[in-house]
Design a protein around this ligand. Structure first.
Ligand code: WTA
Length: 699
C-alpha cells in the first residue's frame, strides 16, 4: 500500500487522462509540502526526498519499466534491432546478426551497419502528406506559418536539388548559419536527403567563431539568411557571414554562400543585402527546382551531421552523429519521454543551433509523424506571457524548455501563466542543466496545474538523445532529479579516482562521475577528423565506459542527481561554453597576459561567466579596457559568452608548475571561501586573499 492508498502514484500525472481523484490527492500532497509541512508517513522534511511517493509493488507500469530496461541492457541487439525494424523504413535491411558491432573500449561502435536508409525520407516522405508537420511562430506572435508533410517534402526536395545544382555531393559538409525559420529545418533535411552532412552553427556565434568552424570542417558550402529577428531586434546574419568570409584564411575553401531572403517575393530580382561574388540567392534557385528528389540510400553508419560543442580544453570539437542509430534514438526518445500520441503538437523551444533543436525540434518529432512547433523569439517578447499564449493558441500538448527560462518566468509570478488556458498540455520537459526543486515545483504546479508530468531529461550533444529521464505514467517524478536511465542505457556511477563502479553505502546512496557501460544507438561516433581526441575525452578516461564529464549522486531508489561538470565547461542559460574559447578571446587583447574563466552560481542563468585577467606591463585597469575585453569576447565567440564579471588581478592562483587552479577561483566567486581546500601547492598563496577582496568589491 502506498502512502496515499492503493494505486496512487503522483508520477502518473499524465494530462487529462489520469484518475482525477489521484490528481486531487497529489495537489493536496504538494500543497502540504509547499507549506513546509511533512507528508503523512514521511520522516524527512526535504521536499526533494519525499515527493516520490509510490509503492513499486502496486505499480505495474514501473515494474514493466524495470523489466524492459533490464532486457534492453541484457540484449541490446534484440531491443534496438526490433525497434529499428518497426520504427524506420529501410531501403536495404540490416543484418540481424550484426545489429551492434564494436565496443566502447576500442571506440569502433557501429549500429545496423550495412543497412541502408534515408532520414529525410523517414522524417517526411513516409507520412500522410496532408497531416500538419510544422507550425512556426516568428518573432512577432502574428507571424505564423504552417506546413504539411507534403509541402515540406516538396520543398525539401527542391532545396536538395538546389544543393545538387551547386555541386553538393554525398559526404560533403554543408555549414548552416540561419535564424529559426522553417527553411532552417528544411535545409537540414535537404542535406539529409542527398547525404550531405550538415553542420549547424548557432546564429549567436560571431563571425570569427563561424569562420573557425567552417575551416575545421573543410566546408565548401555555407547556407545563411539575410537576417534573424529576436525580441524585436534585427540580427544581420548576412553581414556577419561576409565578415566570417574575411576571416577564413583559405580563400578558395568556400565555393558558394547560399542566402535565403526572408521577405522574398516570387520573381523579385533584387537581393535585400549586398551580393558578394560567391553569393547565390537561395529563393529563386530553389523555386526553379523540381519538387522531387530521390532520397540518397545511406549506410546506417554514414555521417548524418556534425555539431560543434565545447569541451574543457582547446577549441570546440565537431561531434559526428550517424544515420541509423541517431534517427532511431531521436525517434524513440521523443516518443517515449514525451508520450507522443497522434495529433500531438510538440513544442521544443530550443534553437536548432544546439543538439536539443536537432533531436527535438527537427528529427525526433518529424520521424514520429508528429507536428513540431518551431519558435524564433524569446520567452519575454512581446511580454512574459509569450509561451503561455502560444500554448493556448496552438493547443500545444508537449512543451520543452530549459530551467533558465523557467526561473526567468517564475520571477513574473503566477499570474501570467494563470491567465491562459493551458489545458492542452500533457508533458512538460526540462533540459540543459539541473532544475532546482523550486523551479520544478512552479513548472509542475503553476504551468502544469499539477496535471502534467514534468520530465527532467539529462543528456548531451554527444549522447544524441535523453539518457536519463523519468517517463510519463511509467516512472516516478522527483524534483531536482532526472531519475532513471532510459531504455538501453546502462548508466553507472564511477569512482573518479579508481574508475571502479561505486558500491552503495549503508544508506544505499552513491556519488561519483556519470558514465555509460554499453553503447547505445544515439551516441556520437567520433570527433570530425580527430578520433584520437574522441577517445581521449570520452572513452579512455575510464576504459570500457563512455564518460559524460558530469558528477552525479544517486539515491537509494536509483534516482540520479547531476551535480555539475567535473571539467571546466560552464553552463550559462543552458548553453554549454568552453572556458578555453572565452579565455583565448580575452588574451587576444594586447593588454592581457593571462586569463582564467570560471562559472559563478547565478539565480536565473544557472551559472554566470566570471573572468580573471592579468594585465601586461604598460596597461592599466579602466572602464574602457573592460569594455574592450567584452567586445573581444563578443567578436571572437559571440555575445552570449560575454563575461558577467571581469576582475583585473596582479596574478592568478597557480601551482609551481604554472597550472591555474580554477577550483580555487570557482570557490572564491561562489563565496565558499571557508572550503578552499589545500592552497599550499600554490606558488603564491597570498594571492587568495587579494582575490577574495577583489571579488568582494566587484560584487
Ligand atoms: C548538462 C544539452 C542536469 C550536463 C542537451 C551535460 C543537464 C550538459 C541536464 C550537456 C539535466 C543537460 N540535468 N544537467 N536534465 N541536461 N545537462 O551538450 O552538464 O549542450 O553534460 O546538451 O548539460 O550540454 P549539451
Amino acid at each position: 500500500m502506498g502512502a496515499f492508498g492503493e494505486g496512487f502514484a503522483p508520477f502518473y500525472s499524465h494530462g487529462r487522462h489520469h484518475d482525477p481523484s489521484a490528481v486531487g490527492q497529489n495537489q493536496a500532497f504538494i500543497r502540504t509540502i509547499a507549506r513546509g509541512g511533512a507528508a503523512p508517513k514521511m520522516s524527512s522534511e526535504s521536499y526533494n526526498e519525499i515527493l516520490p511517493v509510490y509503492d513499486a509493488k502496486t505499480v505495474s507500469s514501473f515494474d514493466k519499466y524495470k523489466k524492459i530496461h533490464a532486457a534492453s541492457i541484457a540484449d541490446p541487439s534484440k531491443y534496438w534491432g526490433d525497434l529499428a525494424k518497426a520504427d524506420l523504413d529501410w531501403m536495404v535491411p540490416f543484418d540481424d546478426t550484426k545489429v551492434l558491432q564494436g565496443d566502447l573500449t576500442k571506440g569502433d561502435v557501429r549500429w545496423f551497419a550495412g543497412g541502408k536508409l534515408n532520414v529525410a525520407y523517414n522524417a517526411l516522405d513516409r507520412h500522410d502528406p496532408d497531416a500538419l508537420a510544422l507550425i512556426w511562430e516568428g518573432d512577432e506572435p502574428n507571424d505564423i506559418r504552417k506546413l504539411t508533410f507534403g509541402e515540406m517534402s516538396n520543398k525539401v526536395s527542391q532545396i536538395a536539388n538546389a544543393l545538387k545544382a551547386k555541386g553538393v555531393k554525398k559526404g560533403d559538409v554543408v555549414t548552416i548559419y540561419m535564424p529559426m525559420i522553417p527553411e532552417l529545418a528544411m535545409t537540414m533535411l535537404a542535406c539529409a536527403k542527398i547525404g550531405a552532412v550538415h553542420s549547424v552553427v548557432f546564429a549567436g556565434f560571431s563571425a570569427e567563431a563561424l569562420a573557425s568552424r567552417i575551416q575545421a570542417a573543410k566546408s565548401e558550402v555555407l547556407i545563411t539568411a539575410d537576417h534573424g529577428l529576436r525580441g524585436g531586434k534585427n540580427i544581420a546574419l548576412k553581414y556577419i557571414v561576409d565578415q566570417a568570409m574575411e576571416h577564413i584564411t583559405d580563400k578558395d575553401l568556400v565555393k558558394n554562400v547560399l542566402v535565403w531572403g526572408r521577405e522574398y517575393k516570387e520573381g523579385s530580382s533584387e537581393a535585400p543585402y549586398q551580393m558578394k561574388p560567391k553569393d547565390v540567392r537561395m529563393d529563386p534557385l530553389v523555386a526553379d527546382q523540381r519538387p522531387y528528389c530521390a532520397p540518397e540510400p545511406m549506410d546506417a553508419e554514414d555521417n548524418l551531421f556534425i555539431l560543434y560543442t565545447s569541451g574543457s580544453t582547446g577549441m570546440p570539437k565537431g561531434l559526428v552523429h550517424t544515420t541509423g542509430g541517431y534517427a532511431l534514438y531521436a525517434k524513440h526518445t521523443t516518443k517515449t519521454t514525451f508520450d507522443l500520441a497522434p495529433g500531438d503538437i510538440f513544442a521544443c523551444v530550443a534553437d536548432c543551433g544546439w543538439i536539443t533543436g536537432h533531436s527535438y525540434v527537427v528529427y525526433g518529432p518529424l520521424l514520429n509523424g508528429a507536428t513540431t512547433f518551431m519558435f524564433e523569439s524569446t520567452p519575454v517578447y512581446p511580454d512574459e506571457g509569450r509561451y503561455w499564449d502560444m500554448i493556448q493558441r496552438h493547443k500545444i500538448t508537449q512543451f520543452y524548455t530549459a530551467p533558465t527560462a523557467i526561473r526567468l518566468l517564475m520571477r513574473y509570478g503566477d499570474e501570467p501563466p494563470s491567465k491562459y488556458d493551458l489545458s492542452s498540455l500533457k508533458v512538460l520537459g526540462s533540459v540543459g542543466e539541473p532544475i532546482n526543486p523550486e523551479a520544478w515545483r512552479w513548472y509542475y504546479e503553476i504551468v502544469g496545474r499539477s496535471e502534467c508530468t514534468v520530465v527532467d531529461t539529462y543528456w548531451q550533444t554527444e549522447t544524441g538523445g535523453h539518457i536519463v529521464t523519468n517517463l510519463p505514467g511509467v516512472t516516478p517524478m522527483k524534483p531536482g532529479s532526472c531519475t532513471l536511465p532510459f531504455y538501453g542505457v546502462d548508466a553507472v556511477v564511477l569512482d573518479p579516482a579508481t574508475g571502479h563502479i561505486v558500491e552503495p553505502d549503508a544508506t544505499g546512496r552513491v556519488e561519483g562521475v556519470m558514465a555509460v557501460r554499453q553503447p547505445w544507438p544515439g551516441m556520437a561516433r567520433t570527433c570530425l577528423g580527430d578520433h584520437a581526441r574522441y577517445m581521449t575525452v570520452y572513452l579512455k578516461p575510464y576504459p570500457g565506459y563512455y564518460f559524460t564529464g558530469d558528477s552525479v549522486q544517486r539515491d537509494e531508489e536509483g534516482n540520479h542527481f547531476i551535480t555539475g561538470r567535473v571539467d571546466d565547461v560552464i553552463n550559462v542559460s543552458g548553453h554549454r561554453i568552453g572556458t578555453a574559447e572565452v579565455e583565448s578571446a580575452l588574451v587576444a587583447h594586447p593588454g592581457i597576459a593571462q586569463a582564467a574563466v570560471v562559472g559563478k552560481p547565478h539565480d536565473i542563468k544557472g551559472q554566470a561567466i566570471c573572468a580573471f585577467v592579468m594585465l601586461r606591463n604598460g596597461y592599466e585597469e579602466s572602464d574602457d579596457l573592460i569594455q574592450e575585453l567584452r567586445l573581444s569576447v563578443r567578436s571572437e565567440v559571440g555575445s552570449f559568452c560575454s563575461p558577467d564579471m571581469i576582475i583585473v588581478t596582479p596574478s592568478l592562483p597557480m601551482t609551481r608548475s604554472g597550472k591555474i587552479m580554477r577550483r580555487i577561483l570557482r570557490k572564491i566567486v561562489a563565496g565558499e571561501t571557508d572550503t578552499l581546500g589545500d592552497t599550499s601547492t600554490l606558488a603564491d598563496p597570498s594571492i587568495v586573499d587579494t582575490l577574495i577582496d577583489k571579488v568582494g568589491i566587484s560584487d
